[in-house]
Design a protein. Sequence first.
Length: 462
Amino acid sequence: MDKPKKQCISRRQFLPAGMVALSASAVPLSAAPVPASRYPTLETTEVLVVGGGPAGIGAALGAARSGARTLLVENHSFFGGIGAWQVGMPLNQMRPESKPRSQVHELLIRKLQAMGDQAVKITIHGLLTNVEYLKIAVLDALDEAGAKYLVHVRAVDAVVEGSRVTGVVIGTKRGLMTIRAKVVVDCTGDADVAHYAGAETMMDPKELMPITLGLALTNIDSSKVQAEEILSTIQRGKTKYPLITSGFMEMLPIANSHSWWINHAGTSDLGRVDATDPVERTMAECWSRRQVLQMVQALRESDNPALNQIEWVAAGPQVGVRETRRVKGVYIITEQDALAGRVFEDTVAWRAGFVDQGGIKGIENFRMKIHDVPYRALLPEKVDGLLVGGRCISTTHVAAGAGKAMGNCMATGHAAGVAAALSVRKGIMPRELKAGEIQARLRADGVDLEVKDRAQKNLRET
């Protein structure tokens, strides 16, 4: 029998409007669906969004703004996903060609801009942010939309009745508990909920993109040293420090501060790492921290005083994962779809960005395109009551490369959240919705679903 809700949530009156207080503990993962009544119920909601990265943020905002009672849950202590973990990584494709792409995207941008110049700098396609401001801006956006949220809770299983997902099991400091929902949106990146629910997923173990731990540097005098010199000094250090990647490396300022962020090819020299495997994930996490240390040591040992004074001030709380499981949907977006900029009748989002044709070793392997995302790619092929958003939507391996940008993930999450809310309102399964109804609601949210120019002119963030 379920425990009364009042035993599960306390001190609600002391927290912001959207916040529910509870902490999490690590719990072994299982792929077997559990009986609905096995664990006490923490919350019951209409739309449950699992995963608080850009896709989950878009889904929660889309569902709440569409009138559904919405709950967003996240394993970490903050929202933002890869945009926050990478301690300064640009939020790419938030404003492609400097054009707003939806009211949901603009809501988050507006919250960042309200915090001043140190919070955000808008670039050609995206945002350079100080992630500490970003974490708070997300909370402010969720509160304005009326979405509730929980942090420090990990989804560890799916609640499945017949072929329908009706909730998730979460690990908390009070043990395993259940959150029930009419529709669940999987924005975990790794398709965790879909996997636990028994939905078919896809992965190319020999083709996985590398894992990267972002780092932030400060005490950089840009009048004496340029980013190219910093990066070349790090790369020359590989002779002494073998963990430094032989692949690509890029460096960008963090908002309008004097600190800079470095992105790089991470684990590419190790071969392919499966971040859903606990042993391989542990290896990648620990190896990556030693890798970053060696990068900094190469700088600090330089004879150039403008370089050896540079300080390492931060690394991500965890590595950034580019690719793992992808859900097999009613439709699978292909490399040909992405490169051709294909249009679909049931388009609910579009993705802009690089299609990686060479394993992320060099920029020469990339092609920049805009292509549509059909609603069918957000629908698992056989499981009901579940939608997906973000990098785990239904695509091939190569086509997946175009979808990692945060603005794209937010767009597919937005579409999934809107579809979930409409499904609840009409009392039908998401797969029974007509695409036109979703498209109408998205257009009301400022989404242009008829992008005419399918090739982006500006390929780099500046």
